[in-house]
Design a protein around this ligand. Structure first.
Ligand code: PRX
Length: 651
């Protein structure tokens, strides 16, 4: 299948309708979003103004004057007998099904438990939990009482967790005794204990609230982890709470959650999302992109520790009243048919995963998915990184049996929801392209040097440059926690007048977008966004490393792999044990998911005379592109290039 193959929409009329509505949404955003906000969300008090503020000062406000509660919208307004959550744990026979009524009552009880322990509106509650229904319900309980949740992915190490608790000044951490993944048990409570011993502001923590996976009210046995005075067992506390908790009437611009994400420099940023705009955007993008219909079982297999889990496991599907499928395990446990088996057993209608998982499963051959009845599927989603046409085709033909739409959804933690994606049955599909912007999203391609919108196509008829947006949308993040200047510097100052995504794009003559990749020092490893600077500082945290440089290298399955170069401190010598220790340092500073594929010990790094590391050269070396290294004469010591080429070739 050539890249150029286009899958026409089911109906030209629907595509024309999209184009017309899209134009209206751009020409008159206030009318478009005002109507959308009324249609998709129930407000306790109507908003006075649709949009105020702008990019220049980063003071965008949506639906001011409006009051709402997102947990009310996600739970109370739906039929209590409908299924809200289907959960499948690490073991395929570990299944729970919860109705909207059950989830509402439990969320209320959790909300009351948090209130009992002193959580107040605006407090930041850190959540460090495995993918169990209590994670989604704890997030919703925070939203119900006006607390701001900060979910930290449970693959992060104690060090990284401690840093995030500390930055958010959380008084409360909610965790679980253990997580399970691929047959392994991970002691999350122990990691929290460890994180708290490392914290400078340990005194800020008032309580650690612990869900116990195997809690038994009848048993008097003490828990299998170390309990401290500040610890509270969640199950018995929640059990005695009243099952109703009035939803706090939040201002549209009150904070809803914080989510940390990696950038090119410094510590991870705590991006802040607010209530009204996010609710409207999560609700609408889920419904429209996935063509949600009553009775659908919507499965997004992302972790709630990332934005995809926030918007498309918890908020989006529940705001729509559909059944959200929540998954704890991996695509290959207990075997490579796990996803297909789940789709068959639960009659999943939408399935949403990352290209890295598709590429991994593709390797095991067509026979595995072919063994299962996948006829319930209508829409297949892809997210997190560009999907290569081979993986797209396999997803479309082998998983979707050429009957489903593949939606390639391009977005970011910062955008809250999809910003560029095709719509089922409406937009033509081009494999490898996330296609056209969502309603209200004004995409532009900028020249990286002048910062002006490109007006002339290149020799192939494409516009290639910086992916940017021209006007605000309701789902956008509003600030970086405690550092608004950083928010402006990263997103609005590089190209004044525009939101800068950090990505490069190529837009073809039909206006279809092909995301090329990050322009900054951010890697995308198995759909995880990892800053090179974070891995470098994890390596330098080891006393043997004087200086480190990290680059991403294309990887067949993971998208990119991490390659690290380390200069040793005097007195240390290269050895297999040391390499192992350095891997250990990355694991303990960030988490196992950031393990470098390659660690090269080097006598020095390619630096300019002013001391700037030339990562471009390192990237070329790890990719074996030594014929196109470019100008190396500006290096302080050009001979290091030869040494590094030799070392990498030997590894
Ligand atoms: O580089 C883009 C890539 O993932 C980045 C955002 O990462 P994160 O904030 O962790 O959110 C991931 C889930 C939304 C983007 O800047 N990216 C995301 N989706 C796509 C993508 N690249 C190409 N195609 C996509 N569909």
């Amino acid at each position: 299948m050539s890249l150029a193959k286009v899958f026409p929409p089911k109906s030209e009329i629907l595509f024309e309708q999209y184009q017309k509505l899209y134009r209206q949404s751009i020409e008159n955003p206030k009318e478009f979003w005002g109507n959308a906000a009324k249609e998709h969300v129930d407000w306790f008090r109507p908003f006075d103004k649709v949009l105020d503020g702008g990019f220049e000062h980063g003071d965008v406000r949506w639906f001011e004057g409006g009051k709402l509660n997102i947990s009310y919208n996600a739970l109370d307004r739906h039929n209590p007998n409908d299924l809200a959550l289907i959960w499948e744990g690490d073991e395929p026979d570990d299944i729970r099904k919860l109705t909207y009524g059950e989830v509402l009552r439990k969320v209320c009880k959790i909300g009351n438990a948090l209130l009992r322990k002193g959580v107040q509106k605006g407090d930041i509650v850190t959540i460090y939990m495995p993918m169990i229904p209590e994670l989604a319900m704890t997030m919703l309980a925070c939203a119900r009482i006006g607390a701001v949740h900060s979910v930290v992915f449970a693959g992060f190490s104690a060090e990284a967790l401690g840093q995030r608790i500390s930055a958010a000044k959380s008084k409360i951490v909610v965790t679980a005794d253990v997580g399970r993944r691929g047959g392994k048990t991970i002691g999350l409570k122990d990691i929290v204990n460890d994180a708290l011993t490392k914290l400078d502001c340990n005194s800020v923590i008032e309580h650690v609230m612990v869900w116990e996976r195997f809690y038994n009210a009848e048993s008097s046995a003490s828990p299998p982890y170390e309990m401290k005075d500040r610890d509270i067992r969640m199950d018995p506390l929640v059990a005695v709470q009243r099952p109703y908790c009035p939803p706090v009437h939040m201002d549209s611009e009150d904070n809803l959650f914080i989510l940390y994400t990696s950038g090119s420099t410094g510590n991870p940023k705590g991006l802040v999302h607010t209530t009204g705009g996010y609710a409207v955007y999560a609700k609408m993008t889920t419904q429209v992109t996935f063509d949600l219909q009553p009775g659908d079982v919507f499965a997004c297999v992302a972790d709630c520790g990332w934005i995809t889990g926030h918007t498309y496991v918890v908020y989006g599907p529940l705001l729509n009243g559909s059944t959200s499928f929540m998954f704890e395990s991996t695509p290959v446990y207990p075997n490579e048919g796990r996803y297909w088996d789940m789709i068959q057993r639960h009659k999943i209608t939408q399935f949403y995963t990352a290209p890295t998982a598709i590429r991994l499963l593709m390797r095991y051959g067509d026979e595995i998915p072919k063994k299962y009845d996948l006829s319930s599927l209508r829409v297949l989603g892809s997210v997190g990184e560009p999907i290569n046409p081979e993986a797209w085709r396999w997803y479309y033909e082998v998983v979707g049996r050429s009957k489903c739409t593949v939606v390639d959804t391009y977005w970011q933690t910062e955008t809250g929801g999809h910003i560029i994606t095709n719509l089922p049955g409406i937009t033509p599909m081009k494999p490898g392209s996330c296609t056209l912007p969502f309603y209200g999203i004004d995409t532009v391609v900028l020249c990286p040097t002048t910062g002006k919108e490109l007006t002339e196509p290149d020799e192939n008829g494409n516009f290639q440059g910086v992916m940017a947006l021209k006007s605000p949308w309701p789902g956008m993040a509003r600030t970086c926690l405690g550092d608004h200047e950083r928010f402006l510097t990263v997103y609005f100052k590089p190209y004044p007048g525009y939101y800068f995504t950090g990505d490069t794009v190529s837009r073809d003559k039909d206006g279809f977008h092909f995301i090329i990749g990050r322009m900054d020092d951010v890697m995308n490893v198995s759909g995880h966004r990892i800053g090179t600077a974070e891995v470098e500082s994890a390596l330098v945290a080891h006393p043997a490393v004087a200086q480190a440089a990290v680059v991403g290298k294309p990887h067949e399955i993971k998208g990119q792999s991490i390659c690290a170069f380390a200069m040793l401190t005097a007195g240390y010598e290269e050895s297999p044990e040391l390499i192992k220790e350095l891997r250990g340092s990355v694991r303990s500073e960030i988490g196992g998911f950031c393990n470098p594929d390659l660690i090269v010990i080097t006598p020095s790094l390619p630096m300019t005379r002013s001391g700037k590391i030339m990562r471009r050269i390192l990237r070329k070396i790890v990719c074996g592109e030594i014929d196109s290294l470019g100008d190396t004469s500006t290096l302080a010591d050009p001979s290091i290039v030869e040494t590094l080429i030799e070392k990498v070739e030997k590894l």
